[in-house]
Design a protein around this ligand. Sequence first.
Ligand SMILES: Nc1ncnc2c1ncn2[C@@H]1O[C@H](COP(=O)(O)OP(=O)(O)OP(=O)(O)O)[C@@H](O)[C@H]1O
Ligand SMILES: [Mg+2]
Ligand SMILES: [Zn+2]
Length: 341
Amino acid sequence: MFYLKYRPQTISEIDNSRVKELLKKILEGKSLPHALLFVGQKGTGKTSAARIFAKAINCLNNRPNSIEPCNHCRHCLSITASSFTDVVELDAASNRGIEEIKNLIRETAFFPMVGRFRVFIIDEAHMITPDGFNALLKTLEEPPKSAIFILATTNLEKLPKTIASRCLKVNFGQAKIEDIIIMLKRICKSENLKFKDEFLKLIARHSDHSFRDAAKILEEVSIQNIAATSDLENYLGIRGKTNLLEVIEKKDIKKTFLWIEEFSQSGGSFKNLLEEILEELRVQLLHKKGVMIDDIKTISLTTKEITSLIKLLMEAYQNLRSTPIESLPLEIALSEFYNKT
Ligand SMILES: Nc1ncnc2c1ncn2[C@@H]1O[C@H](COP(=O)(O)OP(=O)(O)OP(=O)(O)O)[C@@H](O)[C@H]1O
Ligand SMILES: [Mg+2]
Ligand SMILES: [Zn+2]
């Protein structure tokens, strides 16, 4: 799997530029923080960065000349293989109770066995139960000198403020399109894949701002020998987006439903389709209001119609999560739209 094969192994391989700089600063600092909180959307490199950090502070070869892990010494190698006794990983999604946290805290009392620091990585930290948080809080208040906690979460709001305020926060946010493209190019180079820039950009734009998702799409596409941008559009389910808008413009419900049926049959993604159309409608709206002066192909819908359509399609987008039939939310939205206008 590309996304595992190309998991970053050094600070400089972290393609998220802001995070890279911040982690460098932290590692170069005189004293290390005893607790870090990695916050960000899925697939933005929190777990990868936590492991790199653990390696960087336990590597036998790097200091004082470099903060990067060497990835060759026995400490680096065993951390990469998840077999290093001084790096403890806990997945709070499945081990969230007081007992698991208590076990972890008991561990923190021990000195490192071989490394310089014991690192406790708690993934999906927001899943810990209230009792668990309470127990953890005490340890975070008076942590043993040789212990470093790295909490990772996709959901900062669910983490108690008392916990968050005791950690140094590193915000991974969403993966930026430019950063994703850098990662894709890194993989292409090493896999000897030759794709045009616009091709990679399209992948990046449809990866949900996740490095992992982008790497997965690239892998799928290369396995299926997809090389033309139009085939990629097909694969991503965004083929004929303007087509659908053109059909909607004519307000012919039969043609609309036929279009949707065909799209559905060809395996298109309704999520991507709705995202594309909403973006298109937004541009149309801004253009009508004179905010965007770019030369675009305008559609004949009125401002009122565009806003009403946007509202209906946003609702359809939300309903995608719970619908038993993928095409249904879009069909309902459009038939409502035609009824109104
Ligand atoms: N900053 C990055 N630079 C390059 N590749 C990355 C980066 N972040 C993630 N990736 C890619 O995405 C994969 C998943 O990353 P990782 O598991 O670290 O993300 P995560 O933030 O922990 O996600 P989750 O919230 O789903 O656990 C990696 O194996 C790697 O291929
Ligand atoms: Mg993770
Ligand atoms: Zn090393």
